[in-house]
Design a protein around this ligand. Structure first.
Ligand code: HEC
Length: 421
């Protein structure tokens, strides 16, 4: 049980993110630079084709642009020009977005100069919104679909220009926000709530649920708290289960993570993570190590071609009282790939983790385990996700049993739990 909990702990605690929840409208700044920027002709036509209300003023300006340019938007390649022609009318030349009232729309366009917002999504996700329209990610239909008017390359170019509006480059890009593995901790700092569970297949009379809160602080830091609850079936006098379950608090983990390196060209992100496991649980229940446990770690993520990725974590588990439990080293490697259903829709990510750990004791074996798993986004916004898999010991299978693991994740920066379905 101690063994199980230690796996649990590393597994289930990892990652908080940050920031204020996005409330439509309020976080977006109103750009007043508006009219000067409205671009070319066909952009306006593309917009007209969309089923959202455009104010008469907006139409007029677009028509003027069309005349002055005398050029089709589809001929444009330069990202800034495409943006000016097709996006700036709503999003503003400076990217800060015009107000919903000015535009006669229900939703206010996003503020792309706000790095905390604008750095979070990968280009693939923004491309989905621009190509298919706001509703494809549970946003307003006021954000039109451009898939018929512009090529994917043109939309990429426009998004490339949008990327220039956030000037503080200390915010790691959303591409590094890789799908969360069941055990390995991510390098990317997040704002998440995760409910993770793990059940021993050999001993169905016990289960653990970890409630994990992760909050991002500024561009590169994150704090985390993980509170595990163990459930145990009480044993009757004959030794069998009684059908009555008792819940006990496990060891609470506090963590601090900081991104120390990120480079989108190389596709690499590296973070340092420090966790302290506090002996808040009761050792007699098997849900505590009964000593403060420190875990310094290095985390990395590597983007690979064709939506493949690798994530890794290495560190030490250092008990303050070594009489209670041994010091250990552990390492975790995850490989996976994301698939978008129908090109733009639900994201499926099969992953496999390889876990290794070794106690600092003479003659100790390295314990190996593999964790095949499948993560899926549950809603259109893709900020509520589910992952299920199994941790299967490869060696030392005597004391170590297969555990079924799962989590439900809510990235609360992207909206309320019930938004974007
Ligand atoms: C008719 C006005 C309008 C035009 C034109 C427009 N947008 Fe938008 N866009 C919006 C609105 C409104 C939202 C906010 C929707 C919401 O929050 O529900 C938005 C949101 C977005 C988002 C944010 C998605 C997120 O993660 O919050 C992206 C990316 C985006 N637009 C890209 C573009 C691009 C690229 C273009 C030009 C090719 C463009 N938009 C043109 C109105 C527009």
């Amino acid at each position: 049980m101690i063994q199980a909990l230690s796996i649990q702990k590393g597994t289930l605690m990892p990652i908080p993110e940050t920031s204020e929840p996005r409330t439509e409208g309020t976080r977006r700044r109103v750009g007043l630079t508006g009219l000067a920027v409205l671009g070319l002709a066909v952009g306006a036509l593309a917009l007209w084709a969309q089923p959202y209300p455009l104010s008469p003023g907006f139409r007029r300006v677009s028509a003027q642009q069309a005349e002055s340019q005398g050029k089709s938007v589809s001929e444009l390649e330069d990202g800034e020009k495409i943006y000016e022609a097709t996006c700036a009318a709503c999003h503003g030349s400076d990217g800060s977005g015009r107000s919903a009232e000015q535009l006669g729309l229900d939703a206010a366009p996003a503020d792309f100069t706000d790095c905390s917002f604008a750095s979070r999504e990968g280009t693939k996700e923004w491309l989905a919104v621009a190509h298919e329209g706001g509703p494809t990610r549970g946003f307003s239909q006021d954000m039109p679909a451009f898939g018929n008017a512009l090529s994917e390359e043109q939309l990429r170019a426009a998004i490339g220009h949008i990327r220039t509006f956030c000037e503080d480059k200390s915010w790691p890009r959303g591409e590094f926000n890789l799908p969360r593995p069941l055990v390995t901790t991510k390098a990317f700092p997040e704002d998440e709530v995760v409910l993770a569970t793990s059940v021993d297949t050999e001993d169905p009379g016990s289960a653990v649920v970890d409630a994990i809160f992760e909050k991002r602080i500024g561009s590169r830091n994150q704090v985390e708290m993980a509170i595990p609850f163990g459930w145990k079936e009480t044993t009757g006098s004959g030794g069998g289960g009684t059908g009555q379950w008792r819940s006990v608090l496990g060891d609470i983990t506090l963590g601090f993570k900081r991104v120390v390196f990120d480079d989108l060209d190389k596709g690499s992100i590296v973070s340092l993570n420090a966790e302290a496991v506090l002996p808040t649980g009761d050792e007699r229940t098997g849900f505590s190590k009964d000593t403060v446990f420190l875990e310094p770690q290095v985390l990395f993520g590597q983007l690979l071609p064709a939506d493949f990725f690798v994530q890794g974590q290495g560190g030490f588990g250092l008990p303050v009282d070594t009489d209670e439990t041994d010091e250990e080293a552990f390492w975790r490697l995850t490989g996976g790939r994301s698939f978008h259903q129908g090109g733009w829709g639900r994201r499926w990510t099969p992953m496999v983790e390889l876990l290794g750990s070794r106690d600092f004791v003479d003659g100790a074996d390295v314990n190996w385990a593999v964790v095949p798993q499948l993560q899926a986004t549950l809603n259109k916004r893709q900020h509520v996700r589910f992952n299920v898999g199994a941790e299967i010991p490869v060696n030392n299978t005597g004391p170590r049993e297969t555990r079924v693991m799962a989590y439900l994740l809510w990235d609360w920066f992207d909206g309320g739990l019930f938004q974007g379905w």
